[in-house]
Design a protein around this ligand. Structure first.
Ligand code: PMP
Length: 389
């Protein structure tokens, strides 16, 4: 028995359903629509060690300077102007969430998120003991009126948003909503944590202006990742912050792990400098867009009006609203009996909601076209059976 050793926050920490289900998706006979995993068929080969700079020694906590400068130019293309001093290389963008949480959140703090939102962000916020309040969204993004009310009611320290091809709901904010949210945060002086790992997987003409770039006075932190477009196993991401935050972020990073794995940073940096990155993104977008369309077609033809979903303009996920009375948790159990793995929406809701058990998040990125059709057919059979029960 070690429970008396745990802090009050770690006693309450829940495991991530996504990570728990991951072991099923590794079984060869299981078709998985559950994880947010990229397709390894389209991951570039690792560069050979001979072409990489020597990375055997300890390195700087901020990250390799060449990679930080590359990040400066990547985010400049997105409309976010920064300098290498305000870029921190992190062990995936997940670590960026951890670092900012350790810096600003404790048991007295409140943070606002979208409803639904990325469940592993909630895990990190909860680990610091923070209170999470989720705010309703419409098709344009987080509802401005609901956000204003939540700010006035809860006096949050920060707002956590995934404005582009959100995980799990897939939505993308309109430019107008981005501007309105930025203006409200400036007015209230609230920190924006903008998490943007999916933006390069963009299949339609949509506005992707970073909300951070629209802020005039409010503090901000922007998180990016190479996981969805290169190699998630290499665990390389970054944060870009308003200058006032940068020295604090580095101190927390030093305390956590000294610095991110240098070999991984070298691999990413080498690939970016090789000139092949733009063409690689074109291929990824073509492949994933096609998979998205095949899944949309399969869902429509197998389930018709029984379910509702919006076509995601980018990213990896469909957010499927189940027919009334059909539980997402039961769908998971029944589909797994037929070797199809889906992810119930339940853990993506930080607070109680009557709709909690009414959604599935379906990822189309890693499955083959054939398997998309097979998996959706099984899923449709399960949903129809549950409806008649
Ligand atoms: N934020 C969001 C919204 C995500 O979906 C993920 C990965 N699923 C992450 C952050 C973490 O990504 P990574 O640590 O691999 O960069």
């Amino acid at each position: 028995m070690i429970s008396h050793l745990l802090t009050s926050h770690t006693q309450k920490i829940e495991t991530s359903l996504v990570r728990e289900l991951l072991h099923y998706s590794q079984q060869p006979d299981v078709l998985s629509l559950a994880g947010g995993l990229p397709d390894e068929k389209y991951m570039p080969a690792y560069p050979s060690l001979d072409v990489l700079a020597d990375s055997r020694q300890y390195g700087p906590s901020e990250g390799e300077i060449r990679l930080r400068e590359q990040v400066v130019s990547i985010v400049a293309d997105r409309g976010l102007s920064t300098v290498a001093d305000d870029v921190l290389i992190t062990t995936g963008s997940q670590q960026g969430l951890d670092i900012i949480s350790r810096l600003i959140l404790d048991g007295d703090s409140t943070i606002l998120t979208e409803q639904p939102t990325y469940l592993a962000a909630c895990q990190v916020f909860s680990l610091q003991g923070a209170t999470i309040h989720d705010v309703a969204s419409d098709a344009q993004g987080m509802s401005l009126e609901a956000l204003r009310q939540a700010i006035d009611a809860h006096h949050p320290k920060a707002l956590y948003l995934i404005p582009n091809f959100q995980n799990p709901a897939g939505h993308c904010y309109s430019l107008q909503r981005r501007r309105e949210i930025a203006a409200l945060l400036d007015e209230k002086g609230i920190l924006l944590i903008e998490d943007d790992p999916y933006r390069d997987l963009c299949y339609e003409q949509v506005d992707l202006t970073p909300i951070c770039s629209l802020l005039k006075t409010a503090p901000w932190l922007y998180l990016g990742s190479f996981s969805k477009v290169l190699w998630p196993g290499v665990r390389t991401g970054y944060s870009v912050s308003c200058p006032a935050f940068s020295p604090y972020l580095v101190k927390v990073k030093q305390a956590i792990d000294l610095h991110t794995n240098r070999l991984g940073q070298e691999m990413v940096s080498y690939f970016l400098s090789s000139g092949g990155f733009p063409a690689h993104l074109v291929t990824l977008k073509e492949v994933y867009k096609h998979k998205r369309d095949v899944m949309a077609q399969a869902l429509s033809s197998e389930l018709g009006d029984l379910v509702t979903f919006a076509l995601p303009a980018g990213g990896m996920f469909f957010w499927l609203r189940l027919p009334d009375g059909v539980s997402s948790t039961l769908v998971l159990e029944e589909a797994l009996r037929e070797n199809v793995l889906v992810l119930p929406g339940v853990p993506f809701f930080p607070s109680e909601s009557p709709l909690k058990d009414s959604f599935l998040r379906l990822s189309f990125a890693r499955v083959s076209l054939d398997d998309i059709n097979k998996a959706v057919a099984v899923l449709a059979g399960v949903i129809k059976r549950l409806l008649t029960k």
